[in-house]
Ligand binder design. Structure first.
Ligand SMILES: C[C@@]1(CC(=O)O)c2cc3[nH]c(cc4nc(cc5[nH]c(cc(n2)[C@H]1CCC(=O)O)[C@@](C)(CC(=O)O)[C@@H]5CCC(=O)O)C(CC(=O)O)=C4CCC(=O)O)c(CCC(=O)O)c3CC(=O)O
Ligand SMILES: NC(=O)C1=CN([C@@H]2O[C@H](COP(=O)(O)OP(=O)(O)OC[C@H]3O[C@@H](n4cnc5c(N)ncnc54)[C@H](O)[C@@H]3O)[C@@H](O)[C@H]2O)C=CC1
Length: 224
């Protein structure tokens, strides 16, 4: 089976997680980081989930799943240890057009969770379509070693630069050529090795005098 990746804006979106064990915990922690609002339905919670519930980070309904529980959900996760409860969640989600991850059944899932890593706005997600979650995890670990914190800083700078280019009058084909020219250089490495003079030189050469690092950061400060 082949799954199609998209990047969802989860801020303020309601997610119903059914089950409160270690798998529900792993999925919930990632969703909370993305700004989702979690309602959890499960008779028992893991220690960590119980703490999140006590602290008000998630809403907990301490009981078994029943029909109608997916009311208002944007996404649903079926992560119980009861096969039939997971099937009931999958069934309700399907009938109501809600996307569902059935943690013990990729075939019944309309989405599955990839292994993922972030460096600021850089998101890298790895999926094996459910063939080998262990391999997805291993590849994620390999990627983490190759893409260090310098990518977060590089993207911050590129974001400011691109915003300035795109808001200034000018033709987009020209901008595209300049941005592609810049992307051909190894900026993360320059940042990692603190070769700021070299980076500045490159920016000035490609974009002109208003694009030095200090100029860009100064303008960004003024905007905030
Ligand atoms: C279909 C999917 C649905 C979903 O959960 O969304 C699913 C299903 C199942 N996983 C199972 C087992 C394991 N899952 C992991 C780990 C992860 N599982 C994740 C995702 C997914 N798991 C989706 C597919 C992703 C893809 O491949 O594209 C990750 C990537 C993301 C996350 O969970 O957030 C996260 C790593 C996160 C990270 O570290 O980055 C490990 C390794 C470990 O725990 O160390 C094992 C044991 C080793 C092994 O089996 O490979 C079982 C059998 C259960 C049983 O034995 O009964 C099923 C059920 C089945 O296959 O039917
Ligand atoms: N997707 C993945 O990455 C993985 C998935 N799994 C599958 O995920 C499922 C959950 O695994 P764990 O979290 O380890 O189990 P667990 O035993 O730690 O937790 C199960 C949870 O389900 C709840 N529950 C049981 N019946 C329920 C019902 N009718 N309604 C609501 N909640 C109910 C329990 O109260 C408990 O909170 C299993 O089906 C397992 O096969 C297991 C490993 C990895």
């Amino acid at each position: 089976m082949s799954f199609f990746p998209i990047n969802l804006n989860m801020a303020g979106r309601m997610v119903t997680v059914v089950g409160g064990g270690k798998i529900a915990e792993r999925k919930t922690c990632k969703l909370l980081e993305a700004g989702a609002l979690i309602t959890m339905i499960a008779p028992d919670l893991s220690d960590k989930l119980a703490k999140l519930s006590e602290g008000g980070s998630i809403k907990h309904l301490p009981r078994n799943f029943k029909k109608g529980d997916l009311d208002g959900a944007f996404l649903a996760i079926a992560a119980t240890s009861d096969r039939y409860a997971n099937l009931a969640v999958a069934d309700e989600a399907k009938n109501r057009g809600i996307l569902v991850d059935v943690c013990d059944d990729p075939e019944l899932s309309s989405f599955i969770m990839p292994a993922m890593m972030t460096r600021g706005d850089l998101v890298i997600a790895v999926s094996t379509g459910g063939k080998s979650p262990a391999m997805a995890k291993k590849i994620r670990e390999q990627l983490e070693a190759s893409f260090g914190p310098e990518y977060e800083q590089t993207l911050k700078l590129l974001g400011i630069l691109r915003e300035k280019l795109l808001t200034a009058k000018g033709n987009s084909a020209y901008n595209k050529a300049l941005l592609s020219q810049l992307a051909a250089h190894d900026l993360p490495r320059m940042i990692k090795e603190r070769r700021y003079d070299q980076l500045d030189h490159l920016l000035l050469k490609i974009f002109g005098s208003e694009f030095s690092i200090s100029h860009l950061l100064e303008e960004e400060k003024d905007h905030q």
